[in-house]
Design a protein around this ligand. Structure first.
Ligand SMILES: [Zn+2]
Length: 526
């Protein structure tokens, strides 16, 4: 049995100015694929030959460039073509995230799988293992035979999911069953910070899958939450069930859909959440330390650029206005090319000497020579900070880094995108969490060590590429708006107008039957 394996794995925000390309992807091919995915083969049978295509995986980022996508595609489809003409393939296994945004495309994963289908023909089964934060378009559903995704967030069942897809594909090849499938589109779109499976209602919703699968005797039942940081028709929740008995497949899908829809008002942020000003005021007034603030809109772990300074600017202004002397560590800002402003020359600024000099870029390597000097740094998005260079460090992901200090207010800058997620990473940059009053990180919910260190914490609804306040995002192409009720606390006029344009809460999918919110609808399986 010859199983071709490959894929593309990235979640990328369409609202990010960052572009994900060659340097962002770790590419597996040849033996790399056999080693990485071949571990599942012995469990499903000895007679399996893995035909490696190409698999590319990147950290969350911005839209994928066409240059990278086309180069990936040329190799991927070229290898598949070769395999088909030299011995053929019995099945295709794809490891895809489901939330790749590619410049100029609406549905990259659907397009990829449809093209694979065209090449292999209707008889060769195609299975996909996905991330539950991905999307399931009609194109993807129609082109594949079997789709499954993670059942945990944070994701701790990646290997199980990969194994499940592998096993199902082999079964499809061996048994040639007539597999019935159902897809339910759920008109809900939620940020990941509201859908952890460690808290309700995510815990119960994903927790019901095993029981439903057993009770209905289906092959699989999976729930996708969808990806909110792309403006594509496919972005919304989805349920897919598969099995050999049509009635059971449909009943299983309906049962999960009803539970999902029934819980729609219960999804809430996993921690205390505030907009910028009240969050800053609370942190400055609090006696708890360290007080953590999550700059959520720029979380690189979900696709943020890691370079926004809007929240930094507001926090710094409020800090100065309050005459605060609290110890603050802002971690961090991605600054590919540090720049400083030379002191203004006499006469060109009326003698004030402020901010009128030329801006000079300087390589990171030059910064250690500036230790102890006070300079005006021109950070991304025009934020200028007059600060002393107090320390340099090297971060595993962020590369060269520098700590800038304006009194007790410290800002960490790094030459590559990174996320300060462990105490050790802070220590490496010379920051002891226990000595700080306020620590700002670019993430959503706190990673375990930071959570343990935090005396208090607010998840701040900052703007950015992964803005958690979804109603602020300039969507135009969603076909399934999230019900306004999930956003009732912060609905914007824009969203109201949009809902009205959609005919109240009426959801009209392209190829779907019309449906109103409150009623899920079933698509016929193939
Ligand atoms: Zn995910």
């Amino acid at each position: 049995m010859r199983i071709a394996i490959g894929g593309l794995h990235i979640e990328s925000s369409e609202f990010s100015a960052y572009r994900s390309s060659f340097e962002d992807f770790r590419v597996l091919e040849g033996e790399g694929i056999v080693e990485r995915y071949g571990i599942y083969a012995p469990e499903v049978g000895d007679a399996i030959e893995i035909v490696p295509l190409i698999h590319a995986r990147a950290l969350p980022g911005g839209p994928v460039t066409r240059e990278f996508f086309d180069a990936w595609g040329a190799q991927f489809f070229g290898l598949l073509d070769e395999a088909l003409s030299e011995g053929g393939v019995d099945g295709v296994l794809l490891y895809v995230h489901g939330a790749a945004s590619v410049i100029g495309m609406d549905d990259p994963e659907g397009w990829i799988v449809a093209r694979v289908r065209e090449m292999v023909g209707p008889e060769v089964p195609i299975a996909c293992a996905m991330d539950l934060h991905g999307n399931v378009s009609d194109q993807l559903f129609d082109a594949a035979d079997y789709l499954t995704c993670y059942r945990t967030a944070p994701h701790v069942d990646e290997a199980e999911t990969e194994m499940r897809a592998f096993r199902a594909l082999v079964r499809l090849v061996e048994e040639r069953p007539h597999l019935h499938r159902a897809k339910v589109d759920i008109p809900i779109l939620l940020p990941g910070e509201k859908t952890s499976t460690q808290v309700e209602p995510g815990a119960s919703l994903y927790g019901m899958l095993e029981r439903v699968i057993a009770e209905h005797g289906v092959w699989d039942a999976s729930i996708w939450m969808g990806y909110p940081w792309a403006d594509q028709p496919r972005c919304h929740g989805a349920i897919v069930t598969e099995g050999t008995r049509a009635k059971e497949v449909e009943a299983a899908a309906r049962e999960i859909a009803e539970a999902y829809w029934g819980a729609r008002h219960e999804f809430a942020f996993v921690g205390p959440t505030e907009h910028e000003e009240p969050a800053i005021a609370a942190a400055l007034a609090s006696s708890a330390h360290p007080f953590f603030l999550s700059d959520m809109g720029d979380n690189p772990g979900a696709g943020g650029f890691d370079d926004t300074t809007g929240f930094l600017r507001k926090l710094h202004e409020a800090y100065r206005a309050a005459g605060s002397e609290k110890h603050v560590a802002f971690a961090s800002v991605y600054v590919p090319k540090p720049a400083v402003r030379a002191a203004g020359g006499e006469g060109d600024d009326g003698g004030t000497g402020a901010g009128t000099g030329a801006v000079m870029e300087m390589p990171f390597e030059a910064l250690p020579m500036l230790l102890g000097r006070e300079l005006t740094f021109v950070l991304p998005h025009g934020f200028e900070l007059t600060a002393t260079v107090v320390r340099t460090f090297v971060d595993a992901m962020g590369g060269e880094g520098v700590v800038l200090a304006d009194g007790n207010f410290k800002v960490l800058i790094t030459q590559a995108r990174t996320q300060f997620s462990t105490a050790r990473q802070f220590e490496n940059a010379g920051i002891e969490l226990g000595e700080e009053d306020i620590v700002v990180v670019k993430m959503g919910y706190l990673e375990p060590e930071l959570s343990a260190a935090a005396a208090d914490w607010i998840m701040v609804l900052t703007p950015g590429a992964v803005d958690q306040d979804l109603v602020r995002l300039p969507y135009e192409h969603l076909t399934h708006p999230s019900p306004p009720s999930t956003d009732s606390t912060s609905r914007s006029p824009r969203r109201s107008a949009w809902c009205e344009a959609m005919g109240g809460c009426v959801v009209r999918g392209r190829a779907h039957r019309k449906s109103t919110c409150g009623e899920a609808f079933i698509e016929e399986g193939i």
